[in-house]
Design a binder for this molecule. Structure first.
Ligand code: FAD
Ligand code: NAP
Length: 343
């Protein structure tokens, strides 16, 4: 029986719940507003054997068919300051809070660390999943701890930064613990006198264009917002999930060989002996940038972003991704892996 606390919808279209705008159906969907509600729901007999799929803003998923699961739509709200000392502030946010709203909440109070991550779509709870990153900052740099419910026995666990085993667009939740925990809240440690990071990408040029000489975190946030608005397709206008692939890491030796053949290859050293390649550059060199294939294609300004021009199926987009991956492998001998979670 449905009560206001427990509303289960059946046969729901997920079109408005994923930024690719793929029109598939979920067997069941329920909005989750608290840990207590989640526990009550999952204690019911009928869900004990049903597949579960957690969804936040749907900005990092590709659905290739109907979802035969109970979709748990995370809408756990609330932001609060837990404590502070002379230098830092600890802020806890419900996992369903919109990420950019949290960033704005911190910027307004002058608490730094997340400003470079302005305007990343999606929810706070999905942030740790792939250790979201942009403009030289990753979530792990400001992450303190998170609380998550284990889906099989409904116990609540706290994960420290080390427990999450963050990597480049990676965490334990994307690997070993995939689909095993529902992240309920995340606590961040922010700085009262934040170090301003403007050296990455176009931030410095954008600040100059804006006439800003002594940027603070608000100006950095504004610059990032402005660059992102000018470079990235808005999912509300053109379905997409941001970068479809992760930037691949290769050995320095392989990089040197590539450089001999392709002197303009874009690479950034990561750890000793390892180099990160810009996947967007590789894809562009294979001729995909701006190419339209049926209802889908690689975006004209951002080769790494695959788009739905309207009416695309998830399988169409997935086939394009496979074709792109194969051509990059053939031309450069490099494997690129999807960043997007494919279902
Ligand atoms: P969803 O797409 O809903 O879910 C993603 C995955 O996380 C799914 O597997 C889901 O099951 C799981 N998940 C979601 N919530 C939870 C939870 N509470 N507990 C456990 N698992 C959960 N990403 C970046 O890192 N940097 C960027 O700069 C960036 N820019 C983007 C720009 C655009 C235009 C778009 C469309 C996407 C961009 N992304 C970027 C990708 C995306 O915004 C992030 O990955 C974001 O964190 C996804 O949040 P979400 O709530 O939409 O997650
Ligand atoms: P860009 O500035 O054109 O740079 C292209 C690529 O080179 C990026 O992928 C970036 O890697 C890398 N790069 C640039 N400067 C670097 C430096 N100083 N050191 C190390 N690596 C460097 O990238 P963009 O496409 O406009 O995106 C800007 C930022 O937003 C990037 O950080 C990008 O990751 C992020 N973004 C992410 C998504 C997503 O869905 N994941 C979507 C849009 C934008 P990194 O990606 O490792 O930063």
């Amino acid at each position: 029986m449905n009560s206001p606390e427990r509303i289960i919808q059946e046969g729901v279209s997920l079109k408005s719940f994923n930024t690719f705008g793929i029109d598939v159906k979920a067997d069941f969907l329920s909005e989750i507003r608290s840990a207590v509600q989640l526990r009550h729901l999952l204690q019911e007999e009928q869900w004990k054997t049903k597949e579960l799929l957690i969804l936040g803003g749907g900005s990092n998923v590709l659905f290739t068919g109907d979802v035969h699961a109970l979709v748990l739509l995370n809408r756990i709200d609330g932001i609060e300051k837990l404590r502070e000392d002379d230098h830092h502030v600890w802020v806890k946010a419900g996992a369903g809070v919109v990420w950019h709203e949290l960033v704005m909440w911190c910027v307004e109070r002058g608490w730094g660390g997340v400003e470079n991550l302005s305007l990343i779509p999606g929810s706070v709870g999905a942030g740790p999943m792939q250790n979201i990153g942009a403009y030289g900052v990753e979530l792990k740099d400001v992450f303190y701890e998170l609380e998550a419910m284990k889906l099989d026995d409904l116990s609540v666990h706290t994960f420290s930064n080390a427990d999450c085993r963050f990597g480049y667009r990676e965490s334990v939740f994307k690997r070993e613990l995939r689909n095993k925990f529902f992240i309920l809240s995340v606590t961040f440690k922010l700085s009262k006198a934040a170090e301003i990071r403007t050296s990455y990408g176009a931030i410095t040029a954008e600040l100059q264009r804006m006439g800003v000489q002594h940027p603070g975190i608000r100006e950095v946030s504004n610059a990032v917002i402005s660059i992102r608005r000018s470079k990235l397709p808005d999912p509300a206008m053109l379905g997409n999930a941001g970068s479809f692939f992760k930037n691949p890491e290769i050995d320095e030796q392989q990089f040197e060989l590539l450089k001999q053949q392709y002197p303009n290859v874009v690479g950034y050293p990561t750890s000793p002996g390892r180099v990160k390649l810009a996947a967007g550059w590789l894809i562009e060199q294979c001729g995909w940038k701006g190419k339209v294939v049926g209802h889908t294609g690689s975006h004209k300004d951002q080769a790494l972003v695959l788009v739905n021009y309207g009416g695309a199926t998830g399988n169409e987009i997935w086939q394009l991704a496979i074709d792109i991956k194969n051509s990059v492998k053939e031309k450069f001998g490099v494997d690129i892996e999807p960043e997007v979670n494919v279902y």
